[in-house]
Ligand binder design. Sequence first.
Ligand code: PEP
Ligand code: MG
Length: 889
Amino acid sequence: MAWVYEFSEGSKDQKDLLGGKGANLAEMTNLGLPVPPGFTISTETCRAYLALQESGEGGEPDGLAEEVTEHLERLESAMGRRLGDAGDPLLVSVRSGAKFSMPGMMETVLNVGLNDESVGGLAARSSDERFALDSYRRLLQMFGQTVLHVDGELFAEALDETKRALGTESDLDLGADDLRALVERFKAIIEEETGDEFPQDPREQMDLAIRAVFESWNTDRARLYRRQERIPEDLGTAVNVQAMVFGNFGMDSGSGVAFTRDPASGEQGVYGDYLQNAQGEDVVAGIRNTVTLADMAEIDRRSHDDLLDIMTRLERHYRDMCDIEFTVERGKLWMLQTRVGKRTPEAAFRIAVHMVDEGLIQMDEAVLRVTGDQLAQLMFPRFDATSERTLLAQGMNASPGAAVGRCVFDSDTAVEWAARGEDVILVRKETNPDDLRGMVAARGILTSRGGKTSHAAVVARGMGRTCVCGAESLDVDTKAKEFRVRDGETVREGDVISIDGTTGEVFAGAVPVADSVVVRHFEGEKLDDDLAHAVARIMAHADGARRLRVRTNADTPEDAARARRFGAQGIGLCRTEHMFLGERRELVEKLIVAEDEAGVEGALAALLPLQRQDFTEILEAMDGLPVTIRLLDPPLHEFLPDLTDLSVEVALAEERGQVDQRAATLLTHVRRLHEQNPMLGLRGVRLGIQIPGLFLMQARAMAEAAADRMAVHGTPRPEIMVPLVASVRELEIVRADIERVIAEVEEDRGIKLDIAIGTMIELPRAAFLADRIAKRADFFSFGTNDLTQMAWGFSRDDVESSFFSRYFEHGIFDVSPFESLDQRGVGGMVEMGTTKGRETKPDLKVGVCGEHGGDPRSVHFFDDVGLNYVSCSPFRVPVARLEAGRSVL
Ligand code: PEP
Ligand code: MG
């Protein structure tokens, strides 16, 4: 296996080995597009290099230096120049390129090969001394910062000082003498800071730059980004060494970034930013304002037309929206990068369906190109356009959504305020990779500079954060922690603003939000809207393909009805706990403190009609579809006053010499029922065994509700579910009672009821003994919330805000196991429980009703394991439908 590959040796399918950038450079090279020649050092080399550093051995993988030499020689002969040659130097760029794009996270060094002598050679060849010196100063700056770890501020400050002395703000106003002085200053900074001179040997520069790229894989910001984007830690980056072409050769040169369709809306038609007399970094950094591709056509028609031709070819070849980096050097177009472009959720749906209509892809593929997470984002509310609003500024719609929050001007404050539960908007002139922490913490990002391809825009879109960029009328002062609006108004840290990432508008104060079009579509509204049409077509195809059924967790008729409109095929979990709160709490209290059988009977009799009404309404909303009603689960003391509060109340009353008999009696019961570990205490089936009347009342209410629905020609399909079963005996006991009650109702009403009785599997013991439990269960539903809690021994109410951040840092898991199923551990129990249950009953219906039922990754797992259905909250139903479709395609 080689360490190094020519561009012509690779293809777009080799991202594992060559990284995304390298693989696509190879693909473009082989398509015959104008790509500056070069080679890629593989990700495998990076892993081998980092392993050597970690083991303390140091050095480089064996044979790497020789291979680099061989490929460099080939590059030199192709270009007819030698690296850093004093008379006519070949210069190269050294760029990172991991398998998954990590914009701005890792290092790039341009103009490698320049030194005190070759700068003269470059000046001679280009007949432009200023340009050569500017290139050298860029090398010193980038190399100093990224390879030698000199504080970048020192260079920026020196550059600013020079500009101040000249009374200008633009780099373009620096003359050759200014740049010559700046080069000396930069070299001095490097020597002062590192104790060594800037390396003059071109090959040494290149080797050091390659190592720096490898090492940049492990910087804090790169690690944070990977965690955020769930990119594995052990991939490593490839390094691309490529002949330099120059966009800063004068006004007939330039650099740009383009998309083959609008990455924000998905609208057809090319989209891009171009900057004359600039290198690529200048475009992305948003340092100067760019022009559109249409304007570029005015500046350089031929390069523009070539670019558009190539964009069409790329889109047809990749059969997807591509993003592109290009450079024009003295009127000649060069392609520096392409990849399948990142896009907003709206663009993803629209582009997928448009491409089906254009005959580029099939519907199956369109469904695979969108995700449940994207759909979930589209269901977020947007600003209500009919409400009163004060527009502060108009920027670019970089990443959609409606975000309201307090302004903060730096990452530390963003993180700190967000940690205490505040919604914040991070406001910056422009962002750089060091702002990532703040962007993660913020609801939205607002910048005053940079286009849709700026760092802020690209990263925000990737993370699904709302972002407005390039709001140029805002004068942002991050030191003073405020920004000024054109009319003179000042917005300070802590002031609330609203930003609309879909329109680019920035509003004062908190603007009310309205439903998304996608939600309105799911609600059944007929809309003439391209996005709604695209979503409808994708959902129809996913529904046609999926095997897994999707139910909902709902315990009110309203939620049930909404979930049904969203496509739910029944209720997988109707929790009954909330039905005992509010005014009914008193009845439960009576039940608990009842002195005798008659007291118990009285309380239950009062609860029965209320509960029957609850069930009747829900069965009506889900008429014809299965409704799994779970018997009461939580610890009884949750229905009683707090032990400490009540103790204080009684003690105070006693001190005043008053006796409140009711409170005193209640206190006895609260003490009796108080538990140190209520989650492991008297709840679920245990409650049913301890106070049988409670479950029986619920079963009777359900049977009677079903009978009532049948009496009005409804089609009720109730199922009774017993929670927290660990032993088949527990289920046997309550089942016998429930069956008796159902038989009584059947007899009373003279009808036949068909009510399945099943159990939740939410304790490890139940999963292990599922074959035995299945003997008494008509169905299983995995309660993966409790199963996760019990399997890890994590309190589901406490741990996420406690020590999980440490667990993420250490890579123990990359997402909370309460959010996305721990497939190996908890998932192993789900798989085992299903298999064992079906050993006893081959046709056993098995579902899941924990939060994981609406989590995309988990849905795929449940499909693979062969569950019959997932059940999730109403808003997650479309997400689960889509993912269940994607799982089989
Ligand atoms: C579960 O434990 O996964 C479950 C659905 O029940 P609850 O969340 O009500 O405990
Ligand atoms: Mg549970």
